[in-house]
Design a protein around this ligand. Structure first.
Ligand code: DC
Length: 231
């Protein structure tokens, strides 16, 4: 495969659609940088929580996004993390996964100035080339020129089921019903917001993973990438 023909692979989709698993696997295979942009919106949310900022205060939340120092590095600890997420010098890799962050991140990520600040950082990182970038708006807004655009989807029940198993396996006391209702709420918010809503780019390849496991999605994606390279 002529891998060097591709500079950017964009992977978008709703929560728990398998995009991070896929993105990480593709990045490892091709030795590309992996960036899950969701962690950036989560980091803004955590920083606002740490400073007890009211999430309705758009100006103050935006100031945080514009001033915080965020670094996404290769993992330094082998504890299941994809990257080290360093916020203002602190390792927040797991803190950004808390339920409180989860509850507020959709609101934060709908603010225009927050999105502008994150998009600028994401484009700067992508300029270095050879990147797999995962998110909601990578193919549509952040990197519309990406050579490969994959959009993962699965029914909300299937995604809630996967997230439920993941949390139970991590020892969390959650019910399927609460995960499902939270996911429905987040899908609705992310796909109807005014700025950069969740939707596939016109030239994205849509992969429905309702009846596919992670390996099958990966193999299918590799075929798409190979076909692109041999064209
Ligand atoms: O993928 P995730 O669950 O870690 O994303 C957290 C939130 O960030 C999610 O509610 C949507 C938002 N997000 C976004 O608006 N744009 C992106 N490119 C990535 C995530």
């Amino acid at each position: 495969m002529k891998k060097n023909l591709i500079s950017t692979i964009a992977v978008d989709g709703p929560a728990a659609s398998g995009k991070s698993t896929l993105g990480e696997h593709l990045a490892k295979t091709f030795n590309y940088t992996y960036l899950d942009t969701g962690v950036m919106y989560r980091a803004v949310t955590l920083a606002a929580l740490n400073q007890s900022i009211d999430f309705d205060d758009e100006d103050r939340v935006s100031e945080i996004a514009e001033s915080m120092e965020l670094d996404v590095r290769r993992p330094s600890i082998n504890d299941g993390r994809s990257n080290d997420i360093i916020l203002d010098g602190q390792d927040v890799t797991w803190a950004i996964r808390s339920a409180e962050v989860e509850r507020n991140v959709s609101k934060v990520s709908a603010y225009q100035r927050v999105r502008t600040a994150m998009t600028e950082q994401q484009r700067r990182i992508a300029k270095r080339g050879r990147i797999v970038m995962v998110g909601r708006d990578i193919g549509t807004v952040v990197l519309p020129e990406a050579e490969i655009k994959l959009y993962l989807e699965a029914s909300v029940e299937e995604r809630a089921h996967r997230r439920y198993l993941e949390l139970i396996n991590r020892g969390k006391a959650v019910t399927f019903e609460e995960i499902l209702s939270d996911m429905v709420r987040r899908d609705q918010f992310d796909s109807t917001r005014a700025i950069a809503p969740l939707r596939p780019a016109e030239d994205a390849i849509i992969i429905n993973s309702d009846h596919m496991n992670a390996d099958q999605v990966y193999e299918y994606s590799c075929k798409i990438i190979s076909a692109h390279c041999s064209n």
